[in-house]
Design a protein around this ligand. Structure first.
Ligand SMILES: Cc1ncc(COP(=O)(O)O)c(C=O)c1O
Length: 380
């Protein structure tokens, strides 16, 4: 094993570098909010919704308080409840499945593709057939996840949805800005959700999220659910909703970030391509299918020797993270669903081997080379 002697401190995500680039614009926009004082659902929220709908290429954007609410609200709009089945993957952040459970419905997990880590469309079709034949749950919808920034296989997924009359909610929490077959992420399925959590590729300075759709009725329902199921005004409640409103200051931050977002996507891609070229052969590098792009919410690698490698990287000042160490079907919170180790072998294997290394648009070539050398030095 080659000893790495240099020591430095590299951030996993560098929001400071980004902020120094847009600070005047952020300050100017926040100042405007302080001046008008409409702190919740103010004019910047409306402007952002218009800009994001245009960016994605859909009719409606409904911003909300988090990426989790952005998944919950469409499920509420579909009136999902006990006895309903919604299909998703066990290799995702808990939010994706949690919202299904919160409404009393049942998440039905489907294993992932071994190369993209997104839902395996062939296995999805089998799972839908099986649940339909069992007649215990009513299959209602699918929530594919665009994991680590790469869109799922929407062509196949939308065929399955059409064949079984299911809705599709694209969980694009990690993929805002990505492209699949010449269309932007957040334009797939019937409804799409994203997150503006600060560490996301398009993040604000607090919690936030958005839902995207083309359907006017869905848009109307989402806007009502976002504010306690309001009707003609906020004291007219026509359905049960939530407090899912978005803060104006966060919208102002995102408007500033939108100015540099396309450039940042390019920079992220350059960092990822450079990593992949240099690391090929020592660890398993990420695979992005030819008909799509990733926005690299995470740059994730696989190795069987993960624990020791991560220890070595830590001692060289290189931060790492594991997304996700335990698939959802093995979580205590989902014990009642009765899944066992071995049910989703691909998710389990990937969970045992995956790790992510620093990824952001401002990662210098020097820091990148240092990270690459530390990994290669350890792997021998
Ligand atoms: C795949 C996925 N779905 C949903 C969410 C929820 O987003 P938020 O943290 O904004 O509620 C996240 C956030 O990490 C996510 O990664």
């Amino acid at each position: 094993m080659e000893q790495v002697t240099k020591q430095r401190s590299i951030p996993f995500i560098d929001l400071h570098a980004q902020q120094s680039r847009i600070r005047p614009s952020v300050e100017e926009r926040i100042k405007k909010v302080l001046d008008h004082g409409k702190y919740i659902m103010g004019p910047e929220v409306k402007e952002l919704e218009q800009r994001l709908a245009e960016f994605v290429g859909v009719k409606h954007c409904v911003t909300c308080a988090s990426g989790t609410d952005a998944l919950l609200m469409p499920l509420m709009a579909y009136e999902i409840g006990p006895g309903d089945a919604v299909f998703t993957t066990p290799f995702t952040f808990i939010s994706t499945a949690e919202v299904i459970t919160l409404l009393g419905a049942t998440p039905v997990f489907v294993d992932i593709d071994r190369q993209t880590y997104n839902i395996d469309a062939a296995k999805l079709r089998d799972a839908v057939k099986k649940v339909t034949a069992q007649e215990r749950l009513n299959p209602k919808g699918i929530i594919p996840v665009d994991l680590f920034g790469q869109p799922a296989d929407y062509e196949e997924i939308e065929h399955i949805a059409a064949d079984f009359d299911l809705f599709v909610i694209e969980d694009a929490a990690q993929a805002f800005g990505a492209i699949y077959k010449n269309k932007h992420a957040c334009s797939f399925g019937d409804v799409a959700s994203t997150s503006f959590f600060p560490a996301k590729p398009f993040g604000c300075y607090g919690d936030g999220g958005a839902v995207f759709c083309d359907d006017d009725q869905m848009d109307e329902r989402l806007r009502s659910i976002r504010v306690h199921g309001q009707g003609s005004d906020k004291y007219d409640n026509i359905r049960i909703g939530i407090n899912g409103r978005f803060d104006t200051i966060q919208a102002a931050v995102l408007l500033a970030k939108l100015e540099i977002f396309e450039d940042e996507i390019q920079l992220r891609d350059q960092v990822a391509k450079r990593y992949s070229e240099k690391l090929a052969g020592s660890v398993v590098t990420p695979m992005v299918k030819a008909d799509r792009t990733s926005v690299w919410a995470q740059y994730s690698l696989l190795t069987e020797n993960r624990d020791k490698l991560l220890e070595a990287l830590k001692s060289s000042g290189i931060p790492t993270a594991i997304y996700y160490p335990k698939p959802l079907h093995l979580q205590e919170a989902y014990r009642s669903l009765g899944y066992r180790r071995g049910d989703f072998p691909v998710s389990e294997k990937i969970a045992d081997q995956i790790f992510s290394i620093p990824m952001h648009p401002y990662l210098s070539e020097e820091d990148q080379d240092y990270i690459v050398e530390a990994i290669k030095g350890f792997m021998g």
